[in-house]
Design a protein around this ligand. Structure first.
Ligand code: ADP
Ligand code: ZN
Ligand code: ZN
Length: 740
């Protein structure tokens, strides 16, 4: 709330959700002193109206009063954001050097960013009427569904949410309508957080291991204060169980929990485990939900009707009534870093949010990021480990398979095929990983050496055999697969390299009577397909699972006992220093899918570089030792996490324009650089031409974060005013996680 004298005209400083660093001044309405910061205001902007956010109230403006327009109207009497929420958004805007208005938008669901109408009521609950409470269900014997539902209501002390009801029966709405009509039940407001039932957890019989106990106690002791904990535990070691035990304690304190996962597809799994365990309201938020659903989830959390929010990166800024704990699962995952607009790291912002709110932050992973590991090693983070798999599951055995000079069938060595056959004979599942979709990455002419290239990118077109198409995986440009070379008209066109589609064809040919499922972006495009496949796999209806990245993301495949990574070499040689960390995480994550229950698993890595130190360290000594080695290398090379980086990127259709723009940026940076910040560039991006645009970049590197930040704070506003062509776009990426 602004503290101002009541005399004189007041001015609203408004942040608008546009890519522009400046704030806009408007004349405040009557009684403006009472308007809390963070409120949404509708303002005239050019010929249109826009919804912006009130971020300051002042008595003077750099513009003459006569030029100022009044706001159109005030949308919120009370700010929907707390002081802490606002502080967090300001921090994000400052640290990532992104316009405040766009950052503020991150905190609101689309409907509230756009629509002018005030908040919709939160999804209602249903409770018994006086009549319903005393009625014997027997009177409904002739309507079995109504009978059953009335019994359910009478057995539960609290009101039931639509969600719970829909779990009870898909057709619940029909039944509830009858009960409403008979006035046995009524619509009631959802219970508030303070009125949550005492019985929070149901179905709990787990006896925690001593390592789990230690982790649970460490975090629980820290509730009510800031602290970051790294929970390092191999896949299947019981991390989720640890989360749930801690969540229970937070709920008992009457507080809410934010749980972030890297992938939408991981939410259903966790959601169902949480729902089995907790009877509190659980809200879900990710980009595949409708705007309305997301708005609902937002309101339920903001108003305190739901106690748990489970979501992806974008859920991070949701305002909470009473947040008590933040959990980030699979914290190493690069999806936590937003790669466009405001390039924030959900992991790092979560830590800042925890600090502002004085609540603990729990980061979990089997393969922690080097950043978090270093923080744990240097005691900035509490370090909790779960060394063993939970229950009786045994860790899989990793094995390098040297395929140099070996006979191969579409990427499958004879030895691997034998292993597959034996596994299938035992009626167990096989999982094969290849990180390239499509049939083959290159189409080449045997006659003249012509290669099918994308017209708009520095990339080959990928063959999609089944659809008979060539497609660019960078700009999605596509064309028919030709049967003749466009240059020399030879008919001998050859597909070079391997994609999942090609391996799938071979597998179908070799294992005719087996069920094979391919999981990649192409095969799971239709909504619900992935879920269907996952269900089939879990019911044991699938023999061989073949897929890309998707497989590495935390799904449980309990019946898989053989995992093979067909081509690890493709990840070994990269110009981006992050690549080796990614590869090690990928190998361990994919390996972790095997043998999660009682059967021992085997993991085979096909390679032509069996002596590569990264692979041998990883196989013989595990991820942890690999990470230590990698950290030592980073320290020697002055790379993050021992130094701090920011990447300035620009692109335009005209290559010269991009170069000269970034050249000026470099000169500007040099002129402001008084403290030995490394300024590297401009250089072309690893793939310079994409979708017809030329991409160039400048890398800034510093041993002190604060020095880098100070430089950026001076530099960015200056870049924003550099005269540039309209076709040129530029961006700043603080703590970049890849150099693409
Ligand atoms: P992670 O999240 O580390 O992959 P989970 O929490 O999913 O591990 O645990 C893996 C499996 O082990 C799950 O089926 C879980 O129910 C079970 N589990 C976890 N903790 C225990 C425990 N203390 N005793 C028995 N089973 C456990
Ligand atoms: Zn040719
Ligand atoms: Zn392209």
């Amino acid at each position: 709330m602004a503290n101002l004298h009541s005399s004189g005209v007041l001015i609203f400083n408004v942040a608008l959700p546009i890519p522009c660093y400046q704030l806009f001044d408007y004349l405040a309405p009557e009684g403006a002193q009472q308007v809390p910061l963070g409120s949404r205001v509708e303002v005239p902007f050019g010929p249109h109206k826009k919804i912006g956010y009130l971020v300051g109230i002042s008595q003077s403006s750099s513009l003459p009063m006569t030029k100022l327009k009044p706001i159109v109207r005030l949308l919120d009497e009370q700010s929907l954001l707390s002081e802490h929420d606002l502080a967090l958004l300001h921090w994000v805007s400052r640290y990532y050097h992104h316009p405040l208005g766009e950052v503020m938008s991150l905190a609101f669901p689309v409907l509230l960013r756009r629509q002018k109408n005030v908040l919709e009521p939160v999804e209602s609950h249903y409770g018994l009427t006086e009549l319903g409470r005393t009625l014997s269900p027997q009177t409904l014997l002739r309507a079995p569904k109504q009978y059953a539902l009335l019994e359910k209501f009478q057995a539960t002390p609290q009101a039931l949410s639509c969600l719970l009801l829909s779990q009870w029966d898909k057709q619940w709405r029909v039944t509830i309508k009858s009960l409403l009509a008979k006035q046995f039940v009524q619509i009631v407001p959802a219970p508030m957080l303070e009125q949550l039932p005492n019985e929070i957890d149901v179905n709990e019989e787990v006896v925690c291991s001593s390592a789990q106990q230690v982790a649970i106690e460490a975090v629980c002791k820290s509730l009510g204060a800031f602290g970051v904990f790294l929970l390092e535990g191999v896949t299947g070691s019981g991390k989720t169980e640890v989360y749930m035990q801690i969540i229970r304690t937070v709920l008992q304190r009457g507080q809410q929990v934010l749980v972030l996962v890297p992938e939408i597809t991981l939410t259903p799994q966790l959601e169902s485990r949480f729902r089995q365990r907790f009877s509190v309201g659980i809200a879900i938020s990710h980009s595949k939900l409708t705007d309305k659903q997301r708005c609902q989830a937002w309101l339920q959390i903001q108003q305190g009707h739901c106690a748990i929010l489970l979501g992806t990166r974008s859920a991070l800024f949701t305002p909470f009534k009473q947040l008590g704990l933040i959990i980030l699962d699979e914290e190493h995952d690069a999806s936590f870093k937003q790669q466009d607009a405001c390039r924030f790291s959900a992991r790092d912002v979560a830590v800042v949010r925890g600090k502002l709110l004085n609540v603990p932050v729990l980061l979990g992973s089997a393969t922690p990021s080097l950043e978090s590991l270093l923080n744990a090693i240097t005691h900035r983070y509490g370090w909790l480990t779960l060394p063993e798999r939970a229950g009786q599951a045994v860790a899989p055995e990793l094995q390098l398979l040297d395929i140099r000079n070996k006979k191969m069938q579409e990427g499958l060595s004879e030895l691997l095929l034998t292993e597959i056959t034996q596994t299938l004979e035992r009626k167990e599942q096989v999982l094969l990983f290849l990180n390239r979709r499509g049939f083959a990455p290159t189409l080449i002419c045997h006659g003249c050496g012509w290669v099918a290239r994308c017209l708009h990118c520095d990339a080959n077109l990928v063959i999609h055999h089944h659809e008979r198409r060539l497609r660019c995986h960078h700009c999605n440009q596509e064309q028919m697969l030709m049967s003749q070379c466009p240059c020399c008209h030879s008919k001998e066109l050859t597909a070079l390299g391997l994609g999942t589609e090609r391996v799938e064809n071979r597998l179908r040919h070799l294992f005719v009577d087996k069920t094979i499922v391919r999981l990649d972006r192409d095969s799971t495009q239709r909504k619900g397909t992935l879920e269907d496949y996952l269900a089939k796999i879990n019911q044991g209806q699938v023999d061989i699972i073949l897929g890309t990245q998707m497989l590495a993301k935390g799904h449980h495949f309990p019946q898989v006992t053989l995992v093979a990574i067909l081509d690890v070499d493709s990840g070994l040689f990269s110009i981006d220093f992050h690549a080796s960390e990614r590869l090690a995480q990928l190998v361990v994550q994919v390996a972790g899918r095997a043998g999660r229950e009682l059967k021992a698993g085997k993991v085979i890595l096909q390679t032509r570089s069996p002596d590569h130190p990264l692979l041998t360290t990883l196989i013989r000594q595990g991820y942890h030792q690999f990470a230590k080695t990698a950290l030592a290398e980073r320290q020697q090379a002055y790379l993050p996490p021992y130094t701090y980086q920011a990447m300035l990127r620009a692109y335009a259709p005209d290559e010269m324009l991009v170069q000269s723009f970034l050249q000026s940026v470099c000169e500007l940076a040099q002129s402001l650089n008084h403290r030995d910040t490394l300024i590297l560039g401009p250089v072309p991006a690893p793939m310079a031409r994409r979708t017809g645009f030329y991409h160039y970049q400048v890398l800034l590197q510093q041993t002190k974060r604060s020095v880098l930040q100070a430089l950026l704070t001076q530099l960015i506003p200056k870049i924003a005013t550099l005269k540039s062509n309209k076709t040129l776009r530029w961006s700043v990426d603080v703590d970049p996680v890849d150099f693409y």
